[in-house]
Design a protein around this ligand. Structure first.
Ligand code: GLP
Length: 244
């Protein structure tokens, strides 16, 4: 089943998303949270940190698994996803660091890095809830448009569109890594609940395609139509083409 919640703006989206995660952790303190990076969930993390600081949320038994990481970047690089997570969440709440997992971008042997991450995912079990953003080309995690839906963690060459979209975080375009490790579509689909967050008009077209177009690996997020429990939180801009 897919439920689509329309909120007014980014601020409301961030609060609604944090409330959904908080409800999950409150009901099941040892939840496995699949977490995402990118600009969309930033406000959600801010709200979660606030709830923790006010004593309303306890992360001590929570496990987190991240979707992806740039190949070649580690925690020293301010553009790595592990750095992002440290900054936005890990260092600000009482998560047990031994239960926060991000693919190891510093492992340059792709096969090894992916195999190790799949072993971790198998050990911690499917995410209770997986937070997702969506890329302009319909990617989830870093699962770019492809000929098939990959099951496990794999190394991907980033699409030109993704490199262009992500260069804003780097000094120059040439600094954007060309490859990354990402959880596969299979692992994402095994999450019990999917929380897809989408903000802004620039995502309206791809969101409509993903939710109501044909299910195809050319639009990786379209596979979510086959998931049994998807919660989409979109703001007015993002849902523009769906609600009109
Ligand atoms: C990035 C990430 C995704 C993210 C997406 C959208 O490249 N790998 O996990 O969901 O692109 O990012 P944003 O939220 O900044 O638009």
């Amino acid at each position: 089943m897919m439920r689509i919640y329309c909120v007014k703006d980014y601020d409301e989206l961030s609060r609604a998303a944090a409330n959904r995660i908080a409800a999950q952790v409150t009901l099941k303190p040892d939840s496995v949270l699949g977490v995402a990076t990118g600009s969309t969930p930033v406000g959600m993390y801010e709200n979660l940190v606030r709830m923790y600081e006010s004593g309303d949320l306890d992360f001590s038994e929570v496990t987190t698994v991240n979707l992806d990481e740039y190949k070649g970047l580690g925690k020293e690089s301010s553009q790595s996803y592990v750095y992002y997570m440290e900054e936005k969440l890990f260092s600000k709440v009482n998560l047990n660091r031994e239960r926060t997992f991000v693919p190891d971008g510093t492992e340059l042997d792709s096969e090894k890095a992916c195999r190790e991450y799949d072993e971790i995912l198998a050990q911690v079990g499917p995410a209770d809830i997986q937070v997702l953003g969506i890329g302009h080309d319909g990617h989830i995690g870093f699962n770019e448009p492809a000929d098939y839906f990959p099951d496990g963690t794999h190394c991907v060459a980033l699409d030109e569109m993704t490199i262009q979209a992500n260069k804003r975080f780097f000094e120059s375009e040439k600094d954007v890594p060309r490859e990354s490790y990402t959880m596969g579509i299979g692992a994402i689909m095994r999450a019990k609940t999917i929380l897809l967050l989408v903000s802004g008009e620039e995502k309206a077209g791809i969101l409509k395609k993903a939710l109501f177009g044909p299910v195809t690996p050319r639009v990786p997020a379209s596979i979510l139509q086959f998931h049994q429990d998807v919660v989409v939180i979109g703001d007015e801009g993002a849902l523009k083409e769906i609600t009109e």
